[in-house]
Design a protein around this ligand. Structure first.
Ligand code: AMP
Ligand code: MG
Length: 722
């Protein structure tokens, strides 16, 4: 059984009708009837699009054909919202709630910001919804997300953590936001349900993670997940718009999908505790899989085959532009798993973490001393009777301390009722009874109220975001999270990086090298860089310049790793077997980056896995890996694309640099000056070994003499220690 027709809708929350000519960010409805080419229609308003969709569904119903209708906005909200808004944890309940309140006219005029404001108020908070035009701002609906109250709900749905470019449902305004589309879309879907009654089901709200049985199925889709760039329109202007190409790609992708796998989304409904809750409340994006590995983990879809496509030009791309391009194209590809905080150091967080508990959970005492109410303390000498008992860490004092009395209190103790200030024991004269119990203390006043105490939540309040997604967990984070009541977190699985050396001249270290042969120096270098960055190295050995052997190695690497680094053979010459083979995959792009040392960087996809074809020359391989592959791999691993940490220091060398490309020199700091290696010869691996960092010279021409400020990137700034 499969669908006879797929309809894919790219929605819009626009408040006015869009222009007569097809434009981006408007409504596109793709439809593909089995056996016929896909067709895409453009609509200027939501109501006209819905009329057309209903007409298609009416026809399908008459013909008893099966139709999958996908809409590209969130069908549900993060966990807890439905219950708070409607009193039940049902995504469909939210649809009905919105349908009663959203007004949406034939000219697209609608009240989505008013309704969002109303929801924020009903929840008694600033937020969770945010973002609106200037005039629509209220004290509950703000223009900036950072002005919201501590969030009562997660920022993202579970599925959104797998599609890193997906925007949170709460964000209603500014480019790329989808929250507004759901507010005006869900009421329309509620109407579709009313119209087709038992003939329609909503996946996964009504079906769980299982194949629906009715003829019409509604599901959430995310067209950007599909590879649309390769399907340029050949038949008319409408396909010049990316949205139009994308909905067509969705139709084509779903037409032949295996339905049990598609609707199951990788969940095991019998054992997966989270599945039922996600299915009833948050919803899911069709085509995204939660993949079960050994642990409980979610795997995002692979990158598209056109991931590295570059317009082929004659000019060289500046380094910064190349880095921007890379940043745009890669995203996290590793699975998400829930693990104990103590085991998570070095891993990338997959979602924001909210404090489960305030730290400190109660006001507590910062020193050993005596506590009292500051109200009765004089600036001069004071004498206070000491009550029986004491307050210690883990052993609170249960009574109240009367005004004018003091209590013995120790570091970490909960501050007892009646106490707001503590004086250090060293600053007191203590009178004790025969048993050594303090009965009176004398000390000098002038203490600030609250002295030597820690306020409840001064570190973090319950519900605050403690750490954001994409952070690499440090030992200090482990302490912080644990203090906030967090024991387990969602993190990315370690990125597996395969390393292949290629070349007939290469010999493995320790073997005998004949005349004309050289030892494979790149592999030990690249494998250790990968380990230093916290990725998992996968050593694929040396591969001869032989297409079959290379192909087998790439196939194997694509199976066992998330990204592949090759070195050698990546230029465009006769013996450049890596590039020839990668070219056969249809995805090879040479990035002609204006950098020295370097050559065109060969980027490609092999079996769904990105490949960095590095130059064979070890110095160039090192620089390309550190400057280009590293930030891309950090993104693939679930982190944020970040420039290396650098410092500006005076040069301890002279050089006349020509215009046109960026240069990285092997360098080190001595006496506060950056010195560079005597030779710039790219064959000098010894110079790389001598270096403790790189001097980065700008794209422009520069005359450097001793003392000229230069940018120095210590290897530690590249995550490599010296
Ligand atoms: P290719 O990019 O294959 O043209 O190689 C450029 C230069 O780097 C040649 O001199 C190769 O012999 C050398 N080379 C390639 N791979 C390695 C390696 N793994 N270790 C050391 N040198 C290499
Ligand atoms: Mg070679």
């Amino acid at each position: 059984m499969s669908f006879d027709q797929i309809i894919a809708v790219d929605w819009s929350s626009s408040s006015t009708a869009s222009s007569a000519k097809p434009v981006a960010n408007a409504i596109y409805v793709g439809s593909k009837v089995r056996g016929q080419p896909a067709d895409v229609q453009y609509f200027r308003t939501r109501l006209s699009a819905m009329d057309a969709i209903c007409a298609m569904l009416d026809r399908a119903q008459d013909a008893a054909s099966r139709v999958l209708v996908g809409f590209d906005f969130g069908f549900g909200y993060p966990q807890g919202f439905a219950q708070a808004l409607t009193g039940q944890s049902s995504g469909l309940g939210v649809w009905d709630w919105l349908a009663e309140r959203i007004e949406d006219g034939p000219d697209n005029k609608n009240n989505r910001f008013e309704v969002a404001d109303q929801i924020n108020r009903a929840l008694d908070s600033i937020g969770p919804f945010w973002g609106c035009p200037r005039g629509a701002e209220t004290d509950a609906l703000r223009q900036r997300g950072s002005e919201r109250d501590p969030l009562q709900f997660p920022e993202r749905r579970t599925v959104e953590a797998l599609t890193s470019s997906a925007q949170p449902m709460w964000k209603l305004y500014t480019p790329g936001s989808v929250g507004g589309q759901s507010l005006v879309g869900l009421p329309m879907l509620a109407k579709l349900r009313a119209r087709y009654g038992g003939g329609i089901t909503v996946w996964p709200f009504e079906t769980g993670f299982a194949k629906p049985a009715t003829n019409i199925v509604l599901a959430e889709i995310y067209p950007s997940l599909f590879d649309a760039t390769l399907r340029m329109g050949d038949d008319g202007t409408i396909f010049d718009v990316l949205d139009a190409r994308q909905v067509r790609a969705v139709c084509e992708a779903f037409e032949n999908a295996e339905l049990d796998a598609l609707f199951g989304a990788g969940f095991d409904r019998t054992t997966d505790a989270k599945a039922a809750q996600i299915a009833s409340e948050e919803g899911w994006i069709l085509g995204v899989r939660k993949q079960k590995t050994d642990g409980d983990s979610l795997t995002p879809p692979p990158l598209g085959n056109d991931c590295f496509a570059m317009p082929q030009g004659v000019s060289w791309t500046p380094v910064d532009e190349a880095l921007d391009q890379l940043k745009d194209r890669v995203r996290a590809v590793t699975a998400i798993e829930t693990i104990a905080v103590k085991d998570a150091v070095g891993r990338y967080l997959a979602s924001d973490v909210f404090a489960q508990r305030a730290n400190p959970p109660h006001a507590n005492c910062a020193v050993d001393g005596y506590g009292f109410s500051a109200d009765v303390i004089l600036d001069g000498p004071n004498e206070l009777p000491v009550v029986m008992g004491r307050a210690a860490a883990g052993a609170p004092f249960s009574g109240a301390v009367p005004k004018g009395h003091a209590i013995r209190i120790l570091t970490g103790a909960v501050v007892p009722s009646g106490v707001d200030t503590v004086v250090l024991e060293e600053d007191c004269t203590v009178e004790a009874d025969e048993q050594g119990q303090p009965i009176r203390i004398a000390f000098h006043g002038g203490l600030r109220k609250g002295a030597n105490t820690r306020k409840v939540g001064e570190d973090v309040m319950k519900g605050d975001v403690m750490l954001h997604a994409a952070r690499k967990i440090t030992p200090a984070d482990a302490a912080f999270l644990t203090a906030g009541g967090i024991s387990d977190i969602d993190v990315r699985a370690p990125l597996r990086v395969a390393v292949i050396s290629t070349g007939d001249e290469l010999v493995e270290a320790g073997r005998t090298a004949k005349a004309g042969q050289i030892f494979d120096a790149n592999r030990p270098m690249l494998l250790s860089m990968i380990t230093a960055w916290g990725f998992e190295p996968v050593d694929m050995g040396i591969i001869r310049d032989d297409p079959d052997a290379l192909k087998a190695a790439l196939d194997e690497a694509a199976k066992s790793a998330d990204v592949i680094l090759t070195s050698g053979g990546a230029s465009a010459g006769d013996e450049d077997h890596v590039s020839k083979l990668l070219q056969s995959s249809g995805s090879l792009a040479w990035w002609r980056i204006a950098v020295k040392p370097g050559r065109p960087l060969a980027l490609a996809m092999w079996g769904g896995v990105p490949v960095f074809g590095l130059p064979g020359n070890p110095v160039a391989a090192f620089v390309c890996t550190a400057i280009f592959a590293r930030p891309a791999m950090i993104c693939l691993a679930g982190g944020d694309f970040a420039a290396p940490q650098a410092v500006t220091v005076p040069a301890g060398f002279s050089k006349r640099k020509k215009e046109g490309r960026r240069e990285f020199l092997r360098a080190r700091l001595r006496n506060g000056l950056a010195e560079v290696f005597a030779s710039e010869g790219s064959g000098r691996i010894g110079g790389l070994s001598w270096a403790e960092g790189l001097v980065e010279l700008p794209d422009e021409a520069q005359e450097i003499t001793s003392g000229t400020p230069v940018r120095y990137i210590p290897f530690s700034g590249l995550g490599l220690s010296v």
